[in-house]
Design a protein around this ligand. Structure first.
Ligand SMILES: [Fe+2]
Length: 357
């Protein structure tokens, strides 16, 4: 009988690099919060007014359409840190009190354009997503976690960068939690190398029915994969569990289930994770290749107009980190610039809706 050779902990590499950080070291620091100065805020407001007056298309908007004379240079530094450093940033302090929802969407999309191009987040071609409680039943197989107030486990989204802008927070709860997937990998190697080895294997993730012609209804890729000095993670436990029902998908072995649960356990751990409480106007940007994110459950106000509402962007970054081939072959397609292109179905036009539909 042959047995699968599981590398010993000495054979599994640790990645002590710019992507590995511990929440306990950052929770007390504020250098990951980029508070906008009055001048920078004015610049954003002016760029919004100019883009709206010039009828700039929210879908195709580029950095040139949203010129930021001084903040632009700062966003370059933040963008580099997002893609090649610790992988996250919170841009705080935009006074949104006097902005309409359209103006807020332009501000967010405009700042995001300085990091990358917007790609589709679903089969409907939405480049402006809405994270809100739509009153849907989570037990319905088509309902996604971000459309409910339920706690979300740690996961990655499907683009180089995911951005969230807080329009309104919840009555209570709804804390954003992030963790370095590189640190999670390192800790898995240190504590349970047997489970870390399982994370290197390929798993089948459902495409949630959002399937391109010629594609299987699932994609089959490693959860963690070493590539050019970095550990690249794609981790969505819910999509792997849902994938189990699809024909052709191998049943998960108990140790694979243990490995998946261990990732969420490590990422949730005090000391590893970093918590952020969003304030209206906050813009959070994360690099999915090196950051896992989750959210605590929340309770809304009863009035629909007071409910928690976040805008979401998925960005493809031509200057993003080098990625293994499966990211733009098996997992997703590729943009003209060669980056993962989100959830793109043929014949579906990209659109930026201001309200969830
Ligand atoms: Fe997400």
């Amino acid at each position: 009988m042959t047995t699968l050779a599981i590398p010993s902990s000495r054979e599994l590499p640790l990645y002590e690099n710019g992507q590995s950080w511990y929440g306990k070291d950052l929770q007390q620091r504020t250098d990951w919060i980029h508070e906008l100065s009055d001048d920078e805020q004015r610049e954003v407001h002016q760029a919004v007014a100019r883009a709206i007056a010039g009828e700039v298309d929210l879908v195709a908007m580029k950095a040139e359409d949203f010129p930021l004379a001084t903040l632009g240079a700062r966003l370059k530094v933040i963008g580099h840190d997002l893609k090649h450093g610790r992988g996250f940033a919170l841009i705080r302090g935009l006074d949104t009190m006097e902005l309409t929802l359209v103006e807020k969407a332009y501000a967010f999309r405009g700042v995001g354009a300085h990091f990358g191009e917007a790609v589709s987040q679903n089969a409907k071609g939405h480049v402006l997503g809405h994270v809100a409680n739509l009153g849907l039943d989570y037990s319905d197989p088509t309902t996604r976690g971000y459309q409910t107030p339920a706690e979300l486990r740690f996961h990655t989204d499907a683009a180089d960068i995911v951005g969230l802008m807080c329009i309104r927070g919840a009555r209570s709860g709804g804390l954003s939690r992030i963790a370095s997937s590189t640190t999670v990998w390192n800790e898995a190697v240190r504590r349970r190398p047997d489970l870390a080895a399982e994370l290197l294997r390929s798993y089948s993730f459902t495409r949630w029915g959002e399937v391109r012609p010629g594609q299987r209804p699932y994609f089959h890729i490693p959860l963690f994969h070493a590539h050019e000095g970095r550990m690249i993670a794609v981790f969505v436990a819910g999509a792997i569990e849902k994938g189990q029902a699809l024909p052709g998908v191998e049943p998960l072995e108990p140790r694979q289930r243990d490995a998946i649960a261990f990732v969420n356990e490590l990422a949730s751990e005090d000391g590893i994770r970093l918590d952020m409480a969003f304030q209206p106007g906050d813009m959070q940007f994360l690099c999915n290749h090196s950051i896992l994110h989750s959210r605590t459950s929340y309770e809304d106000w009863p009035e629909p107009e007071r409910r928690r509402h976040l805008l979401r962007l998925w960005l493809a970054c031509p200057d993003g980190p080098s990625l293994p081939d499966y990211m733009t072959t098996e997992f997703q397609g590729r943009t003209v610039s060669g980056r993962p292109d989100g959830i793109r179905l043929p014949g579906v036009e990209l659109k930026a809706n201001l309200y969830p539909d």
